[in-house]
Design a protein around this ligand. Structure first.
Ligand SMILES: NC(=O)c1ccc[n+]([C@@H]2O[C@H](COP(=O)([O-])OP(=O)(O)OC[C@H]3O[C@@H](n4cnc5c(N)ncnc54)[C@H](OP(=O)(O)O)[C@@H]3O)[C@@H](O)[C@H]2O)c1
Length: 284
């Protein structure tokens, strides 16, 4: 029997990974790590082993990973703390004698200009120096990020960004979960995957798809990075978040969120979901 652990299992991606894992392994072989195990009561009911662990508490991680063979480390969301936190998980996996660890990084982590990349690069380096057998699973932006609040865009007939004709190789969380579960079960170690979606798109493409599926004419309005940050603040985002998203959009215009290798569908064994389909699903 092989035991598989998933960290960040309470998150939106983590839950989808647990669902994929339940198709691939017996529930008792799956260990879900949660800061608050009560949150995963539904999975415990299915027979998944839910264990308490906090990225900030090395002892909790060591106890939770005891007897685990293979670990999926889903990156945390405490920006600025993550290098240290992920290091705690890597050390605990080593101490527990895990044979394999896969880590969810960011596209092109070593050379990316994105503000979120340095902590992923740091974690990749920690892994490289750990001696632990591992794969790096570099994730694109989620397609889901773009379909959260479509009603105001449809109402205004406009979507905004600073990416010009830059292409986004996004994938849905569900697509990514299938790839991550495949790696957790079958990854051999020594590989760096760029898990981009099969189909890339520009913001003009996005606006066309939104028009098609909403029945309303929606245009893409390209702004400077500073103008777009102001637009996002006007929509209610806190200034640091607006600045991060505007910078990301601008850098997408330089190709920082583009990758055409189609490694996600190769890993998961199924095509990724085109952005138009994600929009269609979001509009219900
Ligand atoms: N590619 C993208 O577009 C994109 C977008 C957003 C995020 N991400 C990255 O991908 C990760 C997963 O995405 P998601 O959508 O599932 O995010 P999410 O829903 O915010 O989930 C984050 C997960 O990290 C866990 N976590 C945070 N701090 C922790 C700690 N100190 N100890 C243990 N667990 C901790 C959370 O646990 P709790 O339930 O206890 O809070 C939760 O399970 C994110 O954390 C982030 O690193 C990628």
């Amino acid at each position: 029997m092989t035991t598989y652990a998933v960290t960040g299992a309470t998150g939106k991606l983590g839950r989808l990974v647990l669902d994929e894992m339940l198709q691939k392994a017996a529930p008792g072989e799956i260990v879900a790590l949660a800061r608050d195990p009560a949150v995963l009561a539904d999975y415990a009911m299915k027979g998944v082993q839910v264990r308490q662990a906090d990225y900030d508490d090395p002892a909790s991680l060591e106890a939770a990973l005891e007897g685990v063979d293979r670990v999926l480390l889903i990156s945390g969301n405490a920006v600025g703390q993550r290098g240290r936190q992920h290091g705690n998980v890597i050390e605990a996996a080593k101490k527990a004698g895990a044979k394999y660890l896969a880590y969810t990084s960011i596209l092109n982590a070593r050379n990316s200009k994105l503000a979120l990349a340095p902590e992923h690069k740091e974690t990749e380096e920690l892994l490289e120096n750990s001696g632990l057998n591992h794969d790096v699973l570099r994730m694109p932006w989620y397609s889901d990020n773009y379909v959260g609040g479509l009603a105001p865009a449809i109402e205004a007939g406009a979507v905004y960004g600073a990416s010009g004709q830059g292409r986004f190789s996004t994938a849905s969380r569900a697509d990514l979960a299938a790839g991550l579960a495949a790696a957790l079960v079958s990854g051999k170690g020594g590989d760096i995957y760029e898990l981009a979606g099969d189909h890339s798109w520009t913001m003009d493409d996005f606006a066309r798809e939104l028009s098609k599926h909403s029945g309303k004419d929606v245009k893409y309005v390209n702004q400077s990075e500073a103008e777009y940050a102001t637009t996002l603040e006007g929509a209610g985002l806190p200034p640091p978040v607006a600045a991060l998203l505007a910078s990301t959009s601008y850098l997408a215009g330089e190709g920082q969120l583009y990758n055409d290798q189609r490694q996600l569908s190769a890993l998961s064994g199924r095509p990724t979901t085109p952005i138009g389909e994600t929009i269609r699903q979001a509009l219900g």
